[in-house]
Design a protein around this ligand. Structure first.
Ligand code: CA
Length: 394
C-alpha cells in the first residue's frame, strides 16, 4: 500500500488581493498540507471567479490527500477543465469562462516523497534554491512566444499591451494539454505559486529580494502581494509560498535545476488558441460581450493580418502578370509584323529580353501567384521562342 505522509515536511502561507484597479477578485488559491495551487479566472460577470473556484475545488477534492502518480494529478486537472467547459456551455452567463492553473501536489509512492507540478496558462511556479530564484513553469501566453522567438525581451513582455493573451487555459476547449514536472523534496527549497498580477508588477529580482527578506512563508506571501499593489496593483494578485523543511541536501548552487517539462495530451489532437484574459473583465455593458470574446479568442486577428497582407501582394502580382502578358502580346504582334517585313536579328533580341524579364518576375512570386497564371505566362512567352529560331536562323 502507498504510504502517504501524515505530517508532510512543508510549511506554507498564502495571500490574495483584488488589487488597486479591479472591483472583483477572480483569482482562487489552494493551500492545504498536500496540495497547493493558484487559479486566475477569466470571463465576464464573475464567470472568471466561477471558473477559478471550480479548478480550486476540484483539486482540493481529488488531490487533498496527495497523489500516487503524476497521472492522478493530470486526471484532476482534466476533470476541472471538463467541469468548467461544461459549466460554460450550460449557462450562457458563463460562456467563455476559463482559468489558468498552476499547482503543486505531494506525490507519495512506495514511501518516497516527491512533488508534482502541473501548469496550464500564465500563472507561474518558481523555486528559490540557494538564494537563486528560478522559474519552473513556462507561460502559455502570446508574449512568452514573442520572448521565446526573440521578438521582445522579458522586460518588454511585462508591459506589452497584449500580455493578457493566454494560449492555454482550463475550460476553453473540451481537451487540455497539461505541462507537468516531478521534483524531489530538497531541503530549503521555497516554492512560489502566483498569478500574473504579481509578475506583471514585480520583476524576478525583486521577487527574490522579498523572499529573502521574509523568513516565514506567510510573511513572504503577504509581502509579495503588498509589493504588487505598491507597483500599481493593476490586476488581482495571488501568491502561495511553500517551504520544504525536510529532504535531500541541495545540490551545489551552480547546478541548474532539472526542469524539463512533460506534456500530457489526453491522447487527442489539440490546438492552442489565444484567449484574451481581460476580454471578460471589463465592467458594465461590455462585460457580457467580453465573455463571448474570451471564448472566441483573439488569434484570428494575427492570422487575419498575415492573410490580408498576402492577399494584397498576390493581387498586385496577379495584375503585374496580366500586364506582362499584355506587353508580351503587343511585342509579339509587333515581332510578327516586323518579321513579315524581313528584319529577323533585332527582333529576336527584343523578344528574348522581354521573355526573360517576364519569367524572372513570375519565378520570384511563384509561391503566391496562382499556378494557372504562371502557366499562361510561360505559354505565351514560349510561343515566340519556338518561332524565333526559324527567323533568326534565316
Ligand atoms: Ca490575472
Amino acid at each position: 500500500m502507498t504510504d502517504l505522509p501524515t505530517t508532510p515536511a512543508l510549511a506554507w502561507g498564502a495571500a490574495t488581493d483584488t488589487g488597486r484597479v479591479r472591483t472583483e477578485n477572480e483569482d482562487a488559491f489552494i493551500a492545504e498540507p498536500l496540495v497547493y495551487g493558484v487559479a486566475d479566472g477569466m470571463g465576464g460577470h464573475a464567470a472568471g471567479e466561477v471558473a477559478s473556484a471550480i479548478a480550486a475545488g476540484t483539486l482540493r477534492d481529488r488531490l487533498g490527500g496527495g497523489a500516487q502518480s503524476v497521472d492522478v494529478v493530470v486526471a484532476a486537472v482534466v476533470e476541472a477543465n471538463a467541469a468548467i467547459f461544461q459549466g460554460a456551455h450550460n449557462n450562457s452567463a458563463q460562456r467563455g469562462m476559463g482559468t489558468t492553473l498552476t499547482a503543486m501536489v505531494v506525490l507519495a509512492d512506495e514511501g518516497s516523497r516527491r512533488l508534482a507540478l502541473a501548469n496550464v496558462g500564465d500563472s507561474r511556479t518558481y523555486v528559490m534554491r540557494s538564494g537563486r530564484l528560478r522559474r519552473v513553469t513556462i507561460d502559455h501566453s502570446y508574449v512568452q512566444e514573442l520572448v521565446s522567438t526573440g521578438h521582445i525581451t522579458e522586460a518588454e513582455a511585462r508591459s506589452h499591451p497584449r500580455r493578457n493573451i493566454v494560449t492555454r487555459a482550463l475550460g476553453i476547449e473540451p481537451n487540455v494539454r497539461v505541462d507537468t514536472w516531478v521534483l524531489p523534496f530538497v531541503l530549503g527549497d521555497r516554492y512560489v505559486l502566483c498569478s500574473d498580477g504579481l509578475v506583471d508588477e514585480v520583476d524576478d529580482d525583486e521577487i527574490a529580494e522579498v523572499l529573502a527578506a521574509n523568513p516565514t512563508p506567510q510573511a513572504a506571501a503577504d509581502a509579495l502581494v503588498a509589493a504588487a499593489n505598491e507597483h500599481g496593483g493593476r490586476d488581482n494578485v495571488t501568491v502561495v509560498v511553500v517551504d520544504v523543511l525536510e529532504g535531500d541536501e541541495p545540490p551545489h548552487e551552480s547546478v541548474d535545476l532539472d526542469i524539463d517539462v512533460a506534456w500530457d495530451d489526453e491522447g487527442e489532437a489539440h490546438h492552442e488558441r489565444l484567449i484574451d484574459a481581460e476580454a471578460g473583465t471589463a465592467d458594465g455593458a461590455a462585460a457580457q460581450a467580453g465573455a463571448a470574446a474570451a471564448a472566441t479568442a483573439v488569434l484570428p486577428v494575427v492570422q487575419g493580418d498575415a492573410r490580408s497582407r498576402r492577399f494584397g501582394l498576390g493581387s498586385l502580382l496577379f495584375l503585374l502578370a496580366i500586364a506582362a502578358i499584355a506587353t508580351l502580346t503587343v511585342t509579339l504582334v509587333l515581332v510578327v509584323r516586323h518579321n513579315a517585313n524581313k528584319e529577323p536579328t533585332t527582333t529576336t533580341t527584343t523578344t528574348s529580353s522581354t521573355t526573360s524579364t517576364t519569367s524572372t518576375t513570375v519565378d520570384s512570386t511563384s509561391s503566391i501567384a496562382p499556378s494557372s497564371t504562371i502557366v499562361a505566362v510561360s505559354t505565351t512567352a514560349g510561343l515566340p521562342a519556338s518561332s524565333v529560331p526559324t527567323t533568326s536562323g534565316g
